[in-house]
Design a protein around this ligand. Sequence first.
Ligand SMILES: [Zn+2]
Length: 240
Amino acid sequence: MINRDRLVETFMSLVKINSPVFKERKVAEYLLHLLAELGVEAMLDESGSQYGSDAGNIIGHFRGRRPDALRVLLSAHMDTLVSGVDIEPIIENGIIKPATKTILAADDKAGLAIILEVLRTIKEKDLEVGDVEIVISSGEEEGLLGAKHLDLSLLKADVAFVLDSDGPPGGVTTRAPSYDSIKAWIKGQAAHAGACPEKGINAIAAAARAISQMKLGRIDEETTANVGVIKGGCGQKRCS
Ligand SMILES: [Zn+2]
């Protein structure tokens, strides 16, 4: 049912458009144009300005022929790694590759191409499906920033598929590791090391006491923790 040649063509055209993280505007405009052609009511939200991207998230609604049927959300991200610029895709022995030493940026232009091909197929075959919602996020490669700033009240879907993983076709990822980080500042009190050391509060010593109380390494079956970077101190003659 899916038009394979058209899918490949869409993918090739998408990877040729530079969209390194935070500079996604060009591909966002191209996607908005394609979505409009497919009858998707789509808009670019304003979230990009909050995390330094020149494009926010695209949120689109496609009216299906069966408004009573399950509403499905399809999502992918439009940004690529910073190194994903000036990509020239070629097909060699049935495999799409970059012609030069760039990445291919299948992450996540492949997801975008799939969403467009699904919509084209629904329209072309006049399939009886429910409403389809589209979310194309930006800033993903710098910590899912578009998704984190997404206004969820704009969405009504019953189920969502995020098209952004590797592995053989047909596989579904239901869980993935994520991380939280804590940045802590400990401010001490400077005092002359010779004249009045008793007035000083040593921030490094306080940090050391705090870290010694933290549980590190394996916390439980699926959680680990570590101390990443520690910086501090301002010299030998004063303590703070
Ligand atoms: Zn990705």
